[in-house]
Ligand binder design. Structure first.
Ligand SMILES: C[S@@+](CC[C@H](N)C(=O)[O-])C[C@H]1O[C@@H](n2cnc3c(N)ncnc32)[C@H](O)[C@@H]1O
Length: 401
């Protein structure tokens, strides 16, 4: 067993959870609720302090994190020689054995270095040379599925080295088998549900549900089901300091906190084929009793009695359905909301702000999110039921678990 004191000089250490633009605040709230200390938000990341058990819990339970990193070294680099020498100084034998595969990923924001692949290559040579000089052998590189994935961030003359404890990105929940043309990233979908301020007991409706991502993430949130419960594994489980008993305790504790809370969760989808794909994913997630999908156009979808929210991710007219009358589709959304969904709150995510004008309702707030590379707005439309006033958006947005 390697000397843990070097990886964790204290029982607690600093970590960084990466996320998407616009989800930093909900991620920080998730972390605080899970018990993280010294939580600080940054651009597309949240840093925090916790122990090894907390690192396991963060990977299993965070809905809006893409990965959890453990920074192990920061240094100044002026040139390639510096980078090679500093990486070689890191006691890699603490983190991995000769038999363990590894890979470097580099992200650069620096005029000093041209290509991220070249920097990753240089770092790989430094690590391999350190092993070769000490043992005569070198560990092998596996860019697809390494035991140790190491991330380098170079910003100006500052380089930060971090271990990626997640392995595959945490948006890969493990419940998605079938996808339509434009599925939402699961982290984005969970973030949208949390940003909407849904109270987890009123009705939740996605009338253009596609492969069902928002419906499934909403059901996971309602039941306090860990989003990582379906994954085959996490990166840290292959590390040389993996504590299987501790992991079992963390995992069992999270599963015990699953609640029987079952709000009405309804999906609508115009395409029969796509609706079937949503049903397949829902079945894989074992949520058939929690979620109902109707193969109907939004205009024909009956509004369940009571109050609740709709989250709609309509076609944008950019990636798919180029031949549909996109303005007409958004006009139909506005007309249907006004006619059938009074008393509900509606949120729409789109990159097509021109088409969104045809909803002809005033959105407040408008939150910038990115769906892949597409610059989108997540917009709330309040649909008054008679004179009933609804919660103010500032109160609604951002309240999480
Ligand atoms: C951008 S996709 C939604 C993707 C979904 N959020 C996911 O994660 O898979 C939009 C969906 O709206 C559906 N759609 C288009 N017009 C519709 C309508 N009038 N009523 C219901 N669904 C519609 C499309 O078939 C498509 O599956």
């Amino acid at each position: 067993m390697a000397d843990r004191s070097i990886r964790n000089p204290e029982p607690e250490f600093r970590m960084a959870a990466q996320t998407m633009h616009g989800l930093e605040k909900v991620l920080a709230e998730e972390l605080l609720r899970l018990g993280a200390k010294d939580v600080e938000t940054h651009n597309r990341a949240v840093t925090f302090t916790g122990d090894r058990g907390f690192m396991y819990k963060a990977n299993l339970c965070l809905r809006t994190a893409l990965r959890v990193l453990i920074p192990i070294m920061d240094f100044t680099v002026r040139n390639e020689q510096d980078l090679y020498a500093e990486i070689k100084k890191i006691p890699w034998e603490v983190y991995m054995g000769l038999e363990d595969s590894f890979a470097f990923n580099a992200k650069l924001n620096s005029a000093r270095f041209g290509h991220s692949q070249y920097v990753a290559q240089l770092a790989k040579d430094a690590l391999a040379d350190r092993f070769r000089e000490r043992t005569g052998k070198r560990p092998s590189v596996d860019t697809e599925n390494p035991v140790l994935r190491i991330r380098l961030f170079v910003h100006g003359d500052q380089c930060s080295v971090a271990l990626d404890s997640s392995g595959d990105s945490l948006h890969k929940r493990g419940y998605r088998d079938q996808t339509n043309l434009a599925p939402l990233n699961e982290v984005l979908a969970a973030g949208m549900v949390l940003l909407s301020g849904w109270d987890r007991t009123s009705n939740f409706v996605d009338p253009m549900c596609g492969s069902g991502t928002l419906l499934i993430e909403a059901a996971l949130i309602a039941g306090n089901i860990p989003p990582g419960a379906y994954r085959k594994g996490f990166g840290f489980q292959r590390w040389n300091d993996f504590d299987a008993d501790l992991w079992q305790r963390i995992h069992d504790g999270a599963m015990e906190r699953i609640s029987g809370n079952r709000p009405l969760i309804l999906g609508g989808e115009l395409s029969k084929n796509v609706a079937r794909k949503a049903e397949t994913n829902i079945a894989i997630a074992d949520l058939k009793d929690e979620i109902q999908v109707m193969n109907l156009g939004f205009e024909d979808l009956p509004a369940p009695e009571g109050r609740g929210i709709l989250i709609i991710n309509p076609p944008y007219g950019e990636r798919m359905d180029e031949d549909v009358d996109i303005n007409g589709l958004y006009k139909m959304i506005g007309d249907t909301l006004k006619k059938n969904w009074a008393g509900y709150d509606a949120w729409v995510l789109t990159s097509n702000m021109e088409a969104a004008k045809h909803i002809k309702l005033t959105p407040r707030p408008k939150i910038q999110l990115f769906n892949g590379a597409l610059d989108c707005r997540f917009m709330r439309y309040e649909l008054y039921a008679g004179s009933r006033r609804r919660e103010r958006p500032e109160q609604a947005a951002g309240s999480t678990e």
